[in-house]
Ligand binder design. Structure first.
Ligand code: ACO
Ligand code: ACO
Length: 150
């Protein structure tokens, strides 16, 4: 498996992008303002993340996903660690990430990769999404924000 930058003339992996964020509008916005990286095995894209500069010296992983058939094999961890290395190479000083209150696995993964919680954006998913979202039997309402200095 290799992780590489998505080229400008390639189709973005929409199925994966929508797995991480059901809002097509937000996904298009991330793709326009950020850079998508893909994990590829045998010429098939099986994972992706999008790195988005947000403030001076700060960058955010705004969308990360691994194909359902390939989850739980360490690819997500490789993608997060690749994003951290990429952010360092580009000269950013802080990397951020956010996930829903229901994201038990995501919170485990991000903390295992060195992120620490910085705050809760209450009702984020109520304000930004028109439909109710459930994950792990929990309604997604609040955004948990995490960051690390790099
Ligand atoms: N408790 C403890 N640890 C857990 C749990 C849990 N409930 N769930 C996962 N983990 C750990 C795993 O054990 C593993 O750590 P380890 O290597 O030390 O064992 C780590 O978290 C993640 O494992 P990976 O196999 O690397 O993760 P995977 O390849 O499955 O990718 C991802 C994770 C990207 C979240 C994937 O499940 C996915 O695509 N989910 C759907 C989309 C999604 O929710 N994306 C994130 C939205 S938030 C955002 O985009 C910023
Ligand atoms: N991902 C998603 N859901 C989970 C996960 C997970 N990783 N782990 C637990 N859950 C869910 C279960 O699925 C279940 O929900 P469900 O009924 O909808 O399926 C629910 O959480 C809890 O299940 P129970 O079987 O009722 O919990 P249990 O009897 O195991 O008690 C407790 C939980 C008290 C935390 C127990 O594990 C324990 O004693 N742990 C050690 C002591 C401890 O940590 N106490 C809490 C310290 S904080 C404090 O005291 C305030």
């Amino acid at each position: 498996m290799q992780i590489r930058m998505l080229q400008a003339d390639e189709q973005p992996p929409m199925k994966l992008l929508l797995l991480a964020d059901p809002s097509e509008k937000l996904v298009q916005e991330y793709l326009k303002r950020g850079q998508c990286f893909v994990a590829e095995a045998e010429e098939t894209i099986i994972g992706e993340y999008v790195l988005l500069p947000t403030r001076p010296e700060t960058v955010e992983i705004v969308n990360i996903a691994v194909d359902e058939s390939c989850q739980g094999k360490g690819i997500g961890k490789q993608l997060v660690n690749h994003a951290i290395q990429q952010a360092k190479l580009l000269g950013f000083k802080t990397i951020e990430i956010g996930t829903g209150n229901s994201g038990v696995g995501q919170l485990a993964l991000y903390q295992k990769c060195g992120f620490r919680m910085t705050g809760i954006d209450r009702d984020f998913f109520i304000r930004h999404y028109s439909e109710e979202i459930f994950e792990n039997g929990i309604q997604v309402v609040d955004m948990v924000r995490l960051s690390q200095d790099i």
